[in-house]
Design a protein around this ligand. Structure first.
Ligand code: CP
Ligand code: NVA
Length: 320
């Protein structure tokens, strides 16, 4: 197969690179990945095999639990003709003190890419600094870029485009909020994050998003006003109030976040054709009512499915 066919129409921009945050991609890269994701989704639905990753192996290191990320990456690699390997740090020498640098160098000799879900963004940056193969961020405390890649695909499917789409994210200024800020800013969207006081997104990431917005025409707003964020929104988005690793803060968070629940009255402020999104897993009657999560505006399962298609495009971009 020629280079263009092997890369499925993608330019070589992403080949061999890491995907640690959405800052690693240009707007053009993201548009190309979304286009390829739509093609791969269509082919999959038609039952057609597309296997540009034959002979390639992805290592998957999980230091936190996962349903969607693990299953979508493993299935995605299989569908693309490659192989995925689940690596539990408790079974690896990494869990017994082997350094991240040595692990990265050793794994680079066996694998064609590594997907990592861990706590610290610095850990995956260190892995990337020492690995000679692409490192993919499968969630850290700071970012969840693979989720937002799938979210962009889902919003594009539902709204016909991304530029100017108004997303109201109601809740914790966490990894999801950070990646939505960067992804939305890159794509010229309007992102309003409304969080309780003390739970705002990292001001450095907000600054980065505002800087990107000056180039793309995006609008970035951070407030403590759930109602004003939801007003005339195209997309209402929320995430859990207590992320993985914050379990000790759960009781305090439940109290602080209760005015930020996405419920029927908040949804009534959004546009009539608003869609509700959540990266899942969800807690009904905490961050979202069951009526909204299971209601007619909710697209959470389409969103979850799109993890598979968006990540397949990413794997082709980085590893084919
Ligand atoms: N949304 C998401 O990343 O889900 P998992 O934690 O199940 O992977
Ligand atoms: N913010 C959540 C996302 C889970 C997919 C967490 O980090 O636990």
């Amino acid at each position: 197969m020629g280079a263009k066919v092997t890369k499925m129409g993608l330019e070589d921009g992403l080949s061999g690179k890491d995907f640690l945050t959405l800052e690693d991609c240009s707007q053009d890269d993201l548009n190309q990945l979304l286009e390829l994701a739509a093609i791969l989704k269509n082919q999959q639905k038609l039952g057609k095999q597309v296997q540009p990753l034959q002979g390639k192996t992805l290592g998957m290191i999980f230091e936190k639990a996962s349903t969607r990320t693990r299953v979508s990456f493993e299935t995605g690699m299989f569908q693309l003709g490659g192989h995925a390997l689940f690596l539990s740090p408790s079974d690896m020498q990494l869990g017994r003190g082997e350094t991240i640098a040595d692990t990265a160098k050793v794994l680079s000799g066996y694998l064609d890419g590594i997907m990592i879900r861990t706590y610290s963004q610095a850990m995956i940056e260190e892995m990337a600094a020492h690995a000679t193969i692409p490192i993919i961020n499968g969630l850290t405390d700071m970012y969840h870029p693979c989720q937002v890649l799938a979210d962009l695909l889902t919003i594009q499917e539902k709204k016909g485009g991304l530029k100017g789409v108004k997303v109201a994210y109601i809740g914790d200024g966490n990894n999801m909020a950070h990646s939505l800020l960067l992804g939305g800013a890159k794509m010229g969207m309007h992102i309003h994050i409304a969080s309780p006081k003390g739970y705002e997104p990292d001001p450095n990431i907000v600054e980065k998003a505002k800087h990107l917005a000056e180039i793309t025409g995006a609008q970035i707003e951070v407030s403590h006003q759930a109602e004003s964020a939801a007003s005339h929104a195209d997309v209402l988005y929320t995430d859990v109030w207590t992320s993985m690793g914050q379990e000790k803060e759960q009781a305090e968070r439940l109290a602080e976040f209760s005015p930020f629940q996405v419920n029927e009255s908040l949804c009534a402020l959004a546009k009539k054709d608003m869609v509700f999104m959540h990266c899942l897993p969800a807690h009904r009657e905490q961050e979202v009512t069951a009526g909204v999560l299971d209601g007619s505006h909710s697209i959470v399962f389409q969103q979850a499915e799109n993890r598979l298609h968006a990540q397949k495009a990413l794997l082709v971009g980085l590893m084919a």
